[in-house]
Structures are given as C-alpha cells and as structure tokens.
Write a protein that binds this ligand. Structure first.
Ligand code: SF4
Ligand code: SF4
Length: 57
C-alpha cells in the first residue's frame, strides 16, 4: 500500500472520504478532496468509500 491519491478530475466533492478516514488526513476544499500525505496511514478506507473511484493508492 501507499499514500492515498485523489484524482481531481473524478472527485465530485461529496465528502464521504472525510468521514471514512480514521486519522482525518483527507479534507474537501473548494469541491475537491485533498490528502495530507504526512498524516495518511495508508489504511485504504477512503479508497473503498469513494462512490466515483476518485481515490487510489
Ligand atoms: S488511506 Fe486511510 S489514512 Fe489515508 S487518507 Fe485514506 S482513509 Fe485516511
Ligand atoms: S469520496 Fe471521492 S468523490 Fe467524494 S469527496 Fe472524497 S474523493 Fe471526492
């Protein structure tokens, strides 16, 4: 596994990933999710939660 990565082209800003992250490493700003890679623990929770497949690892 590696740090989560958001494809901004796919992200629709739904914020589902924010609630799924156990360490609050992902935040939606201006309609797009952004990962704080220094905080991300590579758990994969956001990847499986995103309804449009915008997050990869
Ligand atoms: S992989 Fe886990 S820790 Fe990293 S941003 Fe996604 S939910 Fe948060
Ligand atoms: S769950 Fe997916 S579409 Fe929704 S804000 Fe996060 S990255 Fe964007």
């Amino acid at each position: 596994m590696s740090k989560a990565f958001v494809s901004e082209d796919k992200c629709v800003g739904c914020s589902s990933c924010e609630g799924a992250c156990p360490v609050e490493a992902i935040k939606v700003s201006n309609g797009k999710a952004m990962v704080d890679s220094g905080t991300c623990i590579e758990c994969g929770s956001c990847v499986s939660t995103c309804p449009v497949g915008a997050i990869s690892q």
